[in-house]
Design a protein around this ligand. Sequence first.
Ligand code: NCD
Length: 303
Amino acid sequence: MKHVIDSTDLTVEEIDGILKLAQDIIDDKEAYSEACKGKKLATLFFEPSTRTRLSFESAMMELGGNVLGFSSADSTSATKGESVGDTTRVVSCYADIIAMRHPKEGAPMVAAEKSLIPVINAGDGGHQHPTQTLADLQTIRSLHGDLNNFTIGLCGDLKFGRTVHSLINALVRYEGIKFIFISPEELKIPDYVTDMLREKGIPFQEVIRLEDVMPKLDLLYMTRVQKERFFNEEDYVRLKDFYVLTPEKMELAKPDMLVLHPLPRINEISVEIDDDPRAAYFKQAQFAVYVRMALILTLLGLA
Ligand code: NCD
């Protein structure tokens, strides 16, 4: 049985198949409206979420399936001390597929070991978020046109941002990609990522000032400073507004440079950018539903 815990759990061919299926769904939604009839998705969310949980639920409903689950650990037996493994083992008797979000890195992997049904990691701590990566890849492919040969700037909280870690793991398997990491010293990309890039001979650059690299970028992936992963409020307050993308900074960018963001946005992208045709983040949130539909169909063997 296939689980998706890390973006590398899907091969490039499998990702390609999921993105193509997502496009087929976009082109003819009606054709898929009963594809998951009688199937149940369990959303086990031990950590807050708006988009991810609702887009998973919306995806299953669009496929004619049903949804059950919880949106906070407070209402579950986790408060009594039940392990993630036991919760998952039990839920796998009630549903056909699980989407799990958890504040602890590795929790969905533990769940997958005990599960009788496919488990999808919907975000584990500061580690991975593979379905956001599918939405990011679909956005790049649809709006930029190709998943090869571009320079991408990843900006903000590169230390704790799980969407960044997942996206890099997926992109290193394509050709001609250059990474520019833009962050304050305290929120630098982890060494294990730069070690992996060096090992693979993939070019990257680390900078602090966004303005310095803006003209080089084909894509800019902005992220929020991950408040919930900080040990003290003071550090968060000091770093939270380190980057604010403004119309003035956008003037330095290529005329077709796309701006992506996994959302939620706090202050890091000025609302004035929302009307810029290069702002791709709300479209990205829409693609998230279609790629999750395609992933559910694929993992249930219904594609
Ligand atoms: C991201 C996450 O949860 O990691 N949100 C999302 O799923 N779209 C990004 C974030 O919370 O900053």
